[in-house]
Design a protein around this ligand. Structure first.
Ligand code: AMO
Length: 427
């Protein structure tokens, strides 16, 4: 007897052979002389039929939805069965007889999110998590192909990266520390040793926003690149996103099909992405009836208006310095403009932010002071500009926002196994 994954059985390799599968009962239908069990494992679903005269009958009668089983039987093609194959069952060992499973048909999204630990077994979540894994793999591939080194920054930090209003503080023995909002400043340290670096790590935001694009803990794909300019940065980011889309189409065909993802949208992701300045984006907004003025930050609603106009990923660059963080480098000929760039997509708006970092020590100190931050908190960051400063750029791409867009997911909550929001932290 050969132990097989359900996907191997469905591929026809084991036709007419006696095989063993390990899985859980997804559905059960009982007839007088026949019981149908739809069994799932990590790889898929297969119909198993148990005849009254087989030695598996007694166990088949006992099993309940989500019971875990080991099944021995003969796999054979059957056009009526989902996937085109079924297993004619010889015997069943019940490993864990399940109590009445709380999830049944037609339950509300809210209920399913409340029983996340059980809902993760659903096909939908299984498929999203598989694509998520692949997107992480393709992101790493792309950085490595471009000679970036993966590094491991800390999650406990001593000073804000992205401003105090979204900072989680925590008691760290006798002091207060924070959960990192971005690994950017730590990647900036590491470029002085390793040059091109990247990380894929959690970032935390104490954000009360309850939108389809906000989590309090999300995964951040961040890169930092010495001696590159804004044009290199946009070229790199658009190539990364189109590589991820291309590889996902090639390698996750079945998952995308089953999730009914709009493949046309992914296939249309081609470089170069359109690029407009912040000033041009304000013009578009005013033409569309917005009351926004030059200098105002773009909110979710404004981003959506512009993004839906483009219908594909695109960049907005050269934002007002006044709405950008202290580390943003400014244009030397016009210090009111920051060398900063966001990537936006339809429906979600911003999915990444990046830019050139201020590499001049005195200008950086001025920006820290002007931002009302305590200079002593950033003395190590200023040291980087004291000892062999170099021009550099970097960016942060939100993994979940990317997935929400790619996979047409309704809410960011369903792009991560264990979502953390203002209301959700269980389990
Ligand atoms: P920013 O704060 O714009 O920039 O964040 C970068 C990207 O992170 C994602 N993101 C989020 N995803 C889910 N939930 C949230 N609450 C959330 N907040 C942000 C978005 C966003 O574009 N250090 C800079 C980037 C840089 O310049 O390198 C930064 O963190 O996709």
């Amino acid at each position: 007897m050969v132990l097989m994954k359900i996907s191997e059985v469905l591929s026809g390799k084991s036709n007419s052979k006696v095989i063993t599968i390990r899985g859980w009962v997804y559905r059960k239908r009982e007839g007088k002389n026949l019981i149908f069990l739809l069994i799932r494992d990590s790889s898929g679903f297969i119909q198993c039929t148990v005849k009254k005269d087989s030695s598996g009958w007694v166990e088949a009668e006992r099993v309940t939805i989500e019971s875990s089983l080991i099944i021995d039987g003969i796999a054979k093609p059957d056009d009526r069965a989902p996937g085109g194959f079924e297993i004619s069952v010889n015997s069943i060992s019940i490993i864990g007889l399940a109590e009445i499973f709380p999830i049944s048909k037609d339950q509300s999204t809210d209920f399913l999110r409340n029983v996340r630990h059980l809902w993760l077994r659903s096909r939908k979540m299984n498929l999203i998590m598989k694509i998520r894994d692949k997107v992480l793999e393709f992101s790493r591939d792309f950085f490595r192909k471009n000679q970036f080194i993966e590094v491991s920054p800390p999650m406990f930090i001593s000073a804000a990266v992205e401003g105090g209003s979204t900072l989680f503080d925590l008691k760290y023995f006798d002091q207060t520390l924070y959960l990192t909002q971005s690994s950017q400043l730590y990647l900036e340290i590491l470029i002085y040793s390793l040059e091109k670096v990247f990380c894929i790590a959690p970032s935390f935001r104490a954000e009360k926003s309850r939108t389809i694009r906000h989590l309090t803990e999300y995964w951040h794909i961040e890169g930092e690149w010495p001696y590159a300019n804004m044009s290199d940065l946009m070229n790199f980011q658009e190539s990364l996103v189109s590589y991820i889309c291309e590889q996902t189409i090639l390698n996750c065909k079945n998952e995308l099909e089953e999730l009914k993802v709009d493949l046309k949208k992914l296939k249309l992701v081609k470089t170069p992405f359109p690029r407009i300045t912040y000033s041009e984006s304000i013009k578009i907004l005013i033409e569309n009836g917005s009351k926004l003025n030059w200098g105002d930050d773009l909110g979710y609603e404004e981003e959506k208006i512009i993004a839906n106009k483009f219908g594909c990923p695109f960049f907005i660059y050269d934002y007002p310095t006044s709405i950008k963080a202290f580390y943003c480098k400014t244009h030397r000929e016009d210090p009111n403009l920051a060398m900063s760039v966001d990537m936006l997509v339809p429906r979600i708006g911003e999915i990444s932010t990046g830019g050139a970092r201020e590499d001049d020590k005195d200008l950086l100190i001025k920006r820290i002071n002007d931002s009302g931050l305590k200079i002593e908190d950033y003395s190590w960051y200023i040291d980087l500009r004291k000892y062999g400063t170099i021009p550099h750029v970097g960016f942060g791409l939100g993994l979940e926002r990317l997935l929400v867009w790619m996979l047409d997911i309704d809410n960011i909550i369903d792009s991560i196994p264990f979502p953390r929001t203002t209301r959700r932290f269980y389990p």
